[in-house]
Design a protein around this ligand. Structure first.
Ligand code: ZN
Length: 277
């Protein structure tokens, strides 16, 4: 039996792109509706940033709380993952919403250049975010933008700084960070398996490379991320009409690779996240 594929949907990024694609969900209601449609299409993790109504980024705990409450009600069983990155605050501001106890949160284990800035993750901030996640029993998704971050994550897992089985996401295709390169991805996968044989992983590609990474992840035994945070187009000609349309495209790809799409129960079992009552 092949391992079911967990599909993550990153519905809304931290950087405004509503002008490019008006279907990017911004309001609390839009975010809940878009996640619900994606859940029905097969997504079992939602990766979440929140915005103000004018589309500007915010780290408002109240806003995260309202979306979380709606998701718990409308998408029971779905895994909710808060972002601790992007532009939603600086320093410890990036972790104040963890007190709301989502199921997961992203955790970058190093710094990297992004298109026009440094994505700054100091050792102190990484340790503090990981400690907050331990206090609130939140499973981290380690965001790996470079090889050193795999080693940092494996080290944290072996010291008990990351609780439970390690889960990482390999991100490729951000300008000035790691390009989309299959040999490098295969080496990441092999290195992760050597350092932490139980670890699970997801591949995430940016823009038109979103589907490329989904395909390679299915081939190499990983899980997939899609959604409008990273890509607003179905293909070169067509804007994606919804997050759910991107999830459907990945679910179809899973069929091609004989990988069943994971149910929320299977996703929680694979990641070691408790099943809610
Ligand atoms: Zn994000």
């Amino acid at each position: 039996m092949t391992t079911p594929c967990i599909i993550t949907v990153a519905i809304t990024g931290s950087v405004p792109q509503k002008a490019d694609n008006p279907a990017v969900p911004i309001s609390v209601e839009e975010q809940i509706d878009s996640t619900h449609a994606s859940f029905e299409a097969g997504a079992t993790i939602v990766h979440l940033h929140v915005r103000n109504d004018d589309g500007s980024p915010t780290s408002s705990v109240d806003r995260f709380g309202r979306v979380l409450e709606g998701l718990r009600r409308h998408c029971p069983g779905m895994i909710v993952q808060f972002s601790t990155g992007g532009r939603s605050g600086a320093g410890h501001e990036r972790g104040t919403h963890l007190s709301l106890k989502p199921d997961m949160a992203s955790l970058a284990t190093g710094s990297v250049n992004f298109p026009s800035r440094v994505y700054d993750n100091s050792p102190e901030l990484i340790d503090w975010l990981a400690a907050e996640m331990r206090v609130h029993r939140i499973k981290p998704e380690v965001e790996v933008f470079d090889l050193s971050m795999i080693f940092r994550a494996a080290g944290m897992a072996s010291q008990g700084d990351i609780v439970g089985p390690l889960h990482v996401q390999f991100v490729m295709g951000i300008r000035n960070a790691m390009p989309v390169d299959r040999d490098v991805l295969a080496f990441y996968v092999q290195t992760l398996a050597r350092l932490n044989p139980q670890a699970t992983w997801t591949g995430a590609g940016i823009g038109r490379d979103q589907m490329t990474l989904a395909r390679w992840s299915l081939e190499l035994g990983g899980h997939c991320q899609t959604g409008m945070e990273d890509n607003v187009r179905l293909n070169r000609e067509t804007l994606a009409p919804s997050n759910a349309s991107l999830v459907e495209a990945v679910a179809t790809l899973c069929d091609d690779f004989d990988r069943p799409v994971a149910t929320w129960r299977e996703a929680r079992q694979l990641l070691g996240i408790p099943i809610p009552d």
